[in-house]
Design a protein around this ligand. Structure first.
Ligand code: SF4
Ligand SMILES: [Zn+2]
Length: 327
């Protein structure tokens, strides 16, 4: 039996720390259950399973109940992040009267982070937001071919640039999300893609969050992964990209499912120490925090880089070679 969702409660809420005004502060993360991402209704992005968190029947009254419930747990954290598994600036997801109520309730926060696709970032939609707003955009890659064929993003880098300029015009901050290893890129190509994307996004962003792809349920990535045609990135690849980023906007990563089979992972022995190094670097920005020493699995990573490039394939070469499917 499918359990009926409680649409009067947020999808999730937790506390964490993040940076605001150059220091580490307490943050509250609120994920509202909304009607969902507009792009998701046209099939959505290849790696995104967020539509499972949405419900087309959510009403404005239920959004208000979700907010009431969140306020009971709000302890005045200076940094508030409000996610919707879609676009906060899409009025179909977040109706204007509800948006205004929410902004009023969190008016004492010194920093507010919301997410939006570029098509909803307009001078009009931004005029409703406080100056302390940071908007996060899932740019994912600076390569329009990757955006179109690999991510299926439904917008282009030109759309991103237009949004970034609109945010700048309003004096608001931009956090750019980039993917590490969208489908159909092998490990080496994924590293190159992430490096060039960081370099591109640096010109427009105040912060860059590098998100290694994790295998979410009901997605194309999951179907590829199940048949051995996709492996989430290695943690060594994440380190490689972060260590080689030129100084610029704050670079962070907080990998979902890190260390698990569905997330960015290595051999299981060294995963925890690398994830901790990435976490530390995300706050300190000190490259030395990424120096983690070696592990025997580094050879396996090097081999998978070579195999993917040599065979010109993005499949999980280790799995196929072990199964004797590639000779
Ligand atoms: S990644 Fe973002 S834009 Fe793409 S389908 Fe998911 S919520 Fe929508
Ligand atoms: Zn290892």
């Amino acid at each position: 039996m499918v359990r009926k969702r409680d649409l009067d409660r947020p999808e999730a809420l937790w506390k964490e720390t993040d940076m605001s005004r150059g220091r580490q502060v307490d943050a509250m993360v609120l994920i509202l259950r909304t009607q969902g991402c507009s792009w998701s209704r046209s099939g959505g992005c290849n790696m995104c399973g967020y539509n499972t968190a949405s419900d087309s029947e959510v009403t404005e009254a239920q959004l208000l109940s979700q907010l009431d419930s969140a306020m009971e747990r709000y302890d005045g954290e200076p940094f508030v992040k409000v996610y919707t598994s879609g676009s906060f600036l899409d009025e179909r997801e977040i109706p204007a009267p509800f948006r205004d109520e929410l902004l009023q309730r969190f008016s004492s926060a010194e920093r507010l982070l919301v997410e939006s696709r570029p098509e909803f970032i307009t001078p009009d939609s931004l005029s409703a937001m406080p100056a302390a707003t940071t908007v996060a955009i899932g740019l994912e890659s600076s390569d329009d071919e990757v955006l179109r064929h690999s991510v299926r993003k439904g917008f282009t880098t030109a759309d991103f640039v237009r949004s970034a300029e609109a945010l700048k015009e309003e004096g608001m901050m931009l956090r750019s999300y980039l993917l590490l290893k969208p489908p159909f890129l092998n490990e080496a190509a994924a590293i190159d893609d992430a490096k060039s994307s960081i370099s591109f996004a640096s010109s427009y962003s105040d912060e860059i969050s590098l998100n290694p792809v994790n295998v979410q349920r009901g997605t194309l990535v999951e179907r590829l992964w199940k048949r051995g045609d996709y492996r989430p990135p290695w943690l060594w690849s994440l380190l490689e990209v972060m260590m080689n980023a030129a100084p610029g906007p704050r670079l962070m990563s907080s990998p979902s499912g890190g260390g698990s089979r569905r997330g960015v992972h290595n051999c299981g022995e060294c995963d925890a120490k690398i994830l901790e190094a990435v976490r530390a670097f995300s706050f300190s920005q000190r490259p030395e925090d990424l120096e983690v020493g070696g592990c025997t699995c580094r050879k396996g990573w090097a081999r998978s880089l070579q195999d993917g490039a040599r065979l010109q394939t993005a499949v999980d070469t280790d799995r196929h070679l072990d199964d004797g499917l590639i000779i």
